[in-house]
Design a protein around this ligand. Sequence first.
Ligand SMILES: [Zn+2]
Length: 446
Amino acid sequence: VRAASALVVLLTACATTGDPQRDLTALRAESDDSYVLAASLVTEVGPRFAGSEGDARAVQWALRKFTELGFQNVRAEPVTVPHWERGDIRVEIRAPGHHRLAALALGGSVPTPRRGITAQVVAVSSLEDLQKLPDAQVKGRIVYFNGRTERTRDGSGYVKAVPARRTGPADAARKGARAVLIRSIGTDARAAHTGTTKYEDAPKIPAAALAPPDADLLERLLGNGPVRVHLAIASRDAGEAQSANVIGEIPGETPEIVLLGAHLDSWDITPGANDDAAGVGVVMAAALRVAALGKPRRTIRVVLYANEEFGVSGGKAYAQAHADEIGRHVLVMEADSGSGAAWRLHANVADADWPLVAQLAGQLQLELGANGKEGGTDVEPLCKLGVPELFAMQDGSAYFDVHHTADDTVAALDRAGLAQVTGVFAVLAHEASERGAGFGRLPAAK
Ligand SMILES: [Zn+2]
């Protein structure tokens, strides 16, 4: 149909569907609105790991903020989340010499026996490198993944490095390892990075990440000869807990919905300013900027998801709970990439709508990315059901300095970046809300 005609509709959207008095420059105002919201969540709540007391306070914060800011239909939709407690950790080089190392258990790691594990270390650079080692060289040892995370604007360095954390422990366990250490999946910090590991059906062995300078120390010693490390982790699987997706809306004139999402939870060891208080601030502020122009044509629904970090519970629960209204979702966007400025626009849209995405990228002075390539984690269950997505890629150059570390504080927020991203979200949400024809639906994944 509609690539051509919809483009015309888009270009004339404000004149044809909106109030001609609307001043669209307000959507991209130089404002600290999203920063103030992100700082409020960090300051008033702090760490908010799924199922924790902080998580419960985050839900209360979101309900209160939505209400104070004038959102409608404010509610908390229950989500069951897994809960895990990391307990204490001790990692020491026992020979040669004696060094205490800064480390964090990987999310979901099983504990060590009470007295810990002491074993020789075998270093590998990647999952492939591990597979090449004979089992005899792995059995009974602590496997150390030394892969470095490359600093990149598009986050590809993280994507390349993260398999060592996700499946390294399971792969090492299958070859008889007693425990796993990894160099933190991050670019620069004294603090260690945490993040989920997945055992799948492998034997469960304890696993932890070393802070980069401590990883460097271990590597220098390994360069000289055998190293023995002691590892003690007192983590605990605490079963299930209750959390919630918190929702607020700017009601529109039609039953159709433009969904803006971010996640409310953080890892336990961090205030999570960039991950993802920044995203929470962006989606709330962007919706308010659209609301300030008058009643939108389609409803802007802001969803603050429960537990993205430790299993995407909220994203999955939302798609299930709203199965009967999936067809009313005309577009989803997710903010979960820190506070760097947006620079490229990806999408998951029908081919016929790609020219529209190109038009929007041009309008926002963003590079045009790819169709169907990347997208948000929490909205993925919706996209699989055919809901179109726009994905504003943000500058990730500095993000992995602090991501999943104790250093992810308000001081690490990029204020100018946040203001720019908020403007991008506001413009895209406004376009998706006001445009005559919505985006066409994608074929649902099997
Ligand atoms: Zn996140």
